[in-house]
Design a binder for this molecule. Sequence first.
Ligand code: FAD
Ligand code: DLZ
Ligand code: SF4
Length: 518
Amino acid sequence: MKEKNGCRNLVLVLGDQLTTGISSLRRADPARDRVLMVEVTEEATYVRHHKKKIAFLFSAMRHFAEELRDKGWAVDYVKLDAADNTGSFQGEVARACARLAPKRLLVTEPGEWRVLEDMRGWQQALGLSVELLTDTRFFCSLPEFRAWAGVRKQLRMEHFYREMRKKTGLLMDGGKPAGGKWNYDADNRKPARPDLFMPEPRRFAPDRITKEVLKLVEDRFPDHPGALGPFWFAVTRADAEAALGHFLETALADFGTYQDAMLRGEKFLFHSVLSVYLNAGLLDPMDLCRKVETAYREGQVPINAAEGYIRQILGWREYVRGVYWLKMPSYGDGNVFRASAPLPGFYWTGRTGMRCLSETVGQTLEEAYAHHIQRLMITGNFALLAGVDPREVHEWYLAVYADAYEWVELPNTLGMSQFADGGLLASKPYMSSGNYIDRMSDYCATCAYDVRTKTGEGACPFNALYWHFLDRNTDVLQGNPRLAQPYASWRRMEAGRKQSYLETASEFLKRLRSGAEV
Ligand code: FAD
Ligand code: DLZ
Ligand code: SF4
């Protein structure tokens, strides 16, 4: 039924805007305005999101609606199974307009181009004044990033990061970087030993709201990938803060040192598992970075850990967002290698004899989580070497990770991991033979393939695929100075050995593309 006088502003809060600090809520007045939050099928199915990701988001949204009500806001919350739920943002805004007759819609800009384009049409489609507000949850505004990028031939994260350090004063001693160096990566990247003490992320038992959501997701999305249980994510700001505190105490000190390590059965190592909360709005990146700096200043963690961690948030996270909005919508079409193979079926099941992949995909399906080096150097590396269509790779990453929204996922996948943008984001493709994986993990010891065998039956597929990739993409890559050494080795290699690499890789790709289990 239509409200008599109508509300002044209707404030649409999206599922990844769960903070009272969001610009739309800051512009509004709880006494006169109304909040709208909606669970819609379209958002859950435009890619088949992991069940745990949908459950996390719906539960966090429902808890946030409660928090807002406790703070005095009037909230219209539309559950997925509500009668007449139209299943789309626009449909639900239209229904709310008919109910509430608002004078204006306030919404903070969404994190995906697709949704922004949709919203840009609402004013006309709904006959309603729509005000899109800047998302202020980032260190670097989009105009600021555009200005930084505009005067450069090449965009490099490291340069951007230093600007951000200077701008925020994070880990700065006057005009100088704390400890004397900007970047401590040289002290990082040690392989982990299985006998190290491994911290675990803080886990939370599902409450009544989460249990209701888990049932809903099981009923409504039975064919989506991934396991629903055990479900242990924080779904409130208070619990996300507790998870952050636990990370600072138990894992941050070794974050840098073992940042690139991988171990069987150790899904998290010294990673924070906080991106899922940061990206949904349950944690504030500025507050997080300040807490990490304090831990360093108080002598609780070494500089390589604090700097390494802050660089991920202040550097990489901000940088990929800037690139996304600078280059969309064409960015998503990048495919410099013209790769066209379908994504192998084992990305959805984990069934493969390649231990590194079965382990990474397996934990992804269990937890909707894999750490950075697994995403980059296992699933990403394999898809790159196997010539998989980058769009398919992108859709997989967007679907299976609980922290995935296009603004952060697309540049990481298409740019950093698949080099599909031709080198805008990364100065060379992140690719490796089995040797790197063997050095940084214990996967190879229990693999059906032998990492030391280079060609022929039983050889680690990464070994031959590495050379096949370089050979078939010579036209694109041979001028890249960072690949001068591998191309020189390839040119020097004895013809018979080259042939054997190429034949082994072709044979493997044929089997892979036939759908046979590899
Ligand atoms: P930690 O290792 O503890 O790192 C700390 C924080 O730094 C993270 O929580 C995250 O907020 C930030 N961070 C680290 N690396 C990056 C990066 N490259 N880009 C942006 N932020 C970063 N991250 C996402 O948040 N969402 C994604 O959808 C996503 N997709 C990715 C796809 C690929 C192919 C690759 C290679 C990386 C992707 N990343 C993505 C970046 C990174 O892998 C995750 O942020 C990280 O694994 C999250 O786990 P964590 O919280 O334990 O991170
Ligand atoms: C990811 C997601 C899902 C699965 N469902 C919803 C939803 O029902 N309602 C909502 O407001 N947001 C959802 N989201 C997050 C949106 O996809 C996200 O806000 C946009 O993609 C912009 O980043
Ligand atoms: Fe992966 Fe090759 Fe090692 Fe097997 S041998 S785990 S396929 S790198």
